[in-house]
Design a protein around this ligand. Structure first.
Ligand SMILES: [Zn+2]
Length: 304
């Protein structure tokens, strides 16, 4: 499932390719992609628009259009946004167009196609069909994302901000990191990687972090996400970048999906548990399980 580094990779690749280009026509092949808006209505609104750029908020892709409008897209589980140019990368076999060896961007899974003025095409492919899109006026963007948390790669993500979010919360740290209303863009992969880097056990109660833990976790989240971006994201299953190619972060995981393999730090076998219904990997030796802060007892009053 694409997380911040995967979405950021797509943005960095495609923003310079798309900015300034006209969308000659948007063709929506799956009404579910843009519901509840009718495909014909969205096609009419977007066709003929000029692209101003491609940005990101959390795991959302923001395709800026002229007229102060933004087409917001979310890849969800298996979505991909891929620029298709020329026939060289397309496989003419099977009567359908296909990246060689890359079934995830097969035309079979095409949900929406942007035909650009210069003949190139931008494909939104999605085998599981959970991906979505909606058009908003830029003036309504903040309201649309009101419940989305802090951007972890921005200056707003400080130990103090993290401390305010964490205060009083009893949920496990892993669940806290998955909650998009706290830190935006972190998902199952990078939550595991960040908790390992911070040496914090995924089941530690969130509100039990002291200032040194908050600082460590903030640094670890940033480091894990930056490592993912440096590797062009992780392609465990369907994720492909903006050019239809796999990332390499899956080869660099410290703990995620590494059950039974040696911890990179101490060589203890990595353990897998389930937290919030998600597979969670950690080192039982390196990652400290914090205890819930004891409740302060009221001092006993002396009877007068
Ligand atoms: Zn270890």
């Amino acid at each position: 499932m694409p997380e911040l580094p995967e979405v950021e990779t797509v943005c960095r690749q495609l923003d310079p390719e798309l900015a300034g280009h006209e969308i000659e026509a948007l063709e929506i092949l799956d009404a579910r992609w843009c519901r509840p808006t009718l495909p014909k209505k969205l096609e009419a609104a977007v066709s003929g628009a000029t692209i101003e750029g491609l940005g990101r908020r959390g795991k959302y892709l923001l395709l800026g259009l002229d007229g102060a409008r933004t087409l917001v897209m979310h890849l969800r589980m298996t979505g991909n946004l891929v620029l298709v140019e020329g026939e060289s990368k397309l496989d003419p076999s099977e009567g359908r167009r296909l990246y060689e060896g890359e079934r995830s961007v097969s035309e079979r899974h095409l949900r929406a196609r942007f035909r650009l003025g210069d003949g190139r095409e931008l494909w939104f492919t999605d085998p599981r069909r959970f991906g979505e899109a909606f058009l908003v006026d830029d003036s309504g963007l903040d309201e649309r994302f009101a419940r989305l948390g802090v951007e972890p790669l921005s200056g707003d993500f400080t130990p103090e901000a993290l401390g305010e979010m964490a205060a009083g919360r009893t949920a496990p740290l892993k669940s806290f990191l998955l909650d998009q209303s706290g830190v935006a863009g972190v998902g199952n992969i990078y939550a595991d990687e960040a908790l390992f880097r911070a040496r914090l056990h995924p089941l530690s109660p969130t509100g039990s972090m002291k200032s040194e833990h908050l600082e460590a976790l903030r640094e670890a989240v940033v480091a894990a996400l930056e490592a993912g971006i440096d590797d062009g994201g992780a392609s465990i299953d369907d994720y492909r970048d903006g050019r239809g190619e796999k990332g390499t972060m899956q080869d660099e995981f410290l703990v995620h999906t590494r059950e039974g393999q040696p911890c990179p730090q101490c060589e203890s076998p990595i353990v897998r548990i389930v937290v919030s219904g998600r597979s969670t990997y950690y080192c039982p030796n390196c990652q400290v399980r914090l205890r819930r802060k004891p409740r302060r007892r009221r001092p006993a009053r002396r009877s007068p």
